[in-house]
Design a binder for this molecule. Structure first.
Ligand SMILES: Cc1ncc(COP(=O)(O)O)c(C=O)c1O
Length: 391
């Protein structure tokens, strides 16, 4: 049998996060600074609501309407009304997706023709590249300012070509932990207006910021209404990664088209998970602040531990999400090789910076989503390994 794999699939790579996890499994006994998953359990009231749906509602095991449960879309619209002062017409402007991931892919497939370009600030979330390549588009990596991981609007402008269709923003950013300034987002908005571009705004981490002003969303700029497609997620906000629920918010004309991809790919997000999301958004919201506070403590711990290793690492202080992307000063080896060696020799999982783009090379992404004890253990091991090796 000849395995004739499409060029599209040939062109993409498995995610480094998964590869590191697989290697760690093989090695055994590893402790992780790798995962993009906060350690918390899904709150109890959400689980109880789901049990009730499964017990009492036969519809709980059937498809929902393609765009998702009306009550959930309405609740999201109201939430955006309260928090962003937006008037959202939920029947035509909100789509419930299988995580932010499906929302991003459906959006990218909707926007791009083969050969079209999307500007991706780099380092950036690795899956953007694979999704753009699957749509036969071209990711154009535009370096962030390495001094603060801020957006470099001049470089973004300089990277435009007649084939540029969109700019992909992730704010707060995975993997840098940066929160972009309002001015920079507005400058990107200007760029989009002047050059007829779409802004894909990945807002997966929009609730996770620790200092400074909250992340500014381009959805609140009225002039950008028909050119921002916002993608967000329940995953990190409600300790919900396994339920797989996200959503897209856009102008109705985009949404009509995005819906076609969604229908062809998944029909609808899983019904039980949508009920879980409904319970999450209608339930007590202090679970979000409680998680943010805990993550704030873990951030402090992680940065203190990195500061103790200042001979070996330097870093830009992250203000959001739960990642830091330190530069290593003790070796010139590629980050992929170093991350593998750390798993094998120190039993610590980190993610190679190069998997987030060229600008990530020479760095490792560390997550402080894990328990404090695990963060401490990982840094104890790193410290022991570095001191033993380098004296
Ligand atoms: C920046 C970013 N966007 C999207 C996703 C995917 O989120 P979801 O679990 O909602 O598919 C992640 C997951 O880590 C992420 O970091």
């Amino acid at each position: 049998m000849a395995y004739s794999i499409s060029n599209r699939v040939r062109s993409i790579a498995p995610s480094a996060t998964k590869e590191m996890a697989l290697l760690a499994e093989e090695v055994g006994g590893c402790v992780s600074l790798g995962q993009g998953v906060p350690s918390f359990a899904t709150p109890q009231h959400i689980l109880e609501a789901v049990i009730k749906v499964l017990r009492d509602q036969p519809a709980g095991g059937k498809y929902t309407l393609q765009p998702g449960l009306p009550a959930l879309r309405q609740a999201l619209a109201e939430d955006m009304g309260r928090n962003r002062n937006l008037t959202v017409h939920w029947p035509t402007e909100i789509l419930i997706t299988v995580g932010a991931m499906e929302g991003l892919l459906a959006t990218i497939l909707t926007i791009l023709d083969p050969g079209d370009e999307i500007l991706v600030p780099s380092p950036g979330y690795a899956s953007y590249t694979e999704q753009i390549l699957l749509a036969e588009g071209m990711p154009v990596f535009v370096p962030l300012r390495s001094s603060d991981w801020g957006l470099d609007t001049d470089r973004l402008r300089g990277s435009l070509t007649p084939r540029t269709k969109a700019i992909l923003l992730c704010n707060p950013s995975n993997p840098t932990g940066a929160v972009y300034s309002r001015e920079d987002i507005l400058a990107v908005g200007e760029l989009a207006l002047q050059n007829d571009l779409v802004i894909i705004s990945d807002e997966t981490y929009d609730f996770l910021f620790y200092e400074g002003p909250p992340p500014f969303s381009p959805t609140v700029v009225p002039e950008l209404k028909d050119r921002v497609i916002a993608v967000s997620s329940f995953s990190k906000k409600f300790a919900f990664t396994g339920w797989r629920v996200g959503w897209v918010y856009s102008d109705a004309r985009w949404m009509e088209q995005i819906m076609k991809v969604h229908d062809a790919a998944v029909i609808a997000a899983p019904t039980v998970s949508q009920y879980a999301a409904l319970a999450a958004i209608n339930g007590p919201q202090d679970v979000i602040t409680a998680m943010r506070d805990r993550l704030g403590d873990r951030r402090k711990l992680c940065l203190e531990r990195l500061d103790r290793l200042s001979r070996y690492f330097d870093y830009v202080t992250p203000r959001g999400a739960f990642y830091v992307l330190p530069r290593y000063l003790f070796t010139g080896e590629p980050s992929a090789a170093l991350a593998v060696r750390l798993i094998r020799e120190a039993q610590v999982i980190t993610i190679p910076g190069a998997s987030y783009g060229l600008e990530g090379e020479g760095r490792l992404r560390m997550s402080y989503g894990g328990e404090e004890a695990d963060i401490d253990e990982a840094f104890d091991r790193l410290e022991g390994w570095l001191n033993g090796r380098l004296g």
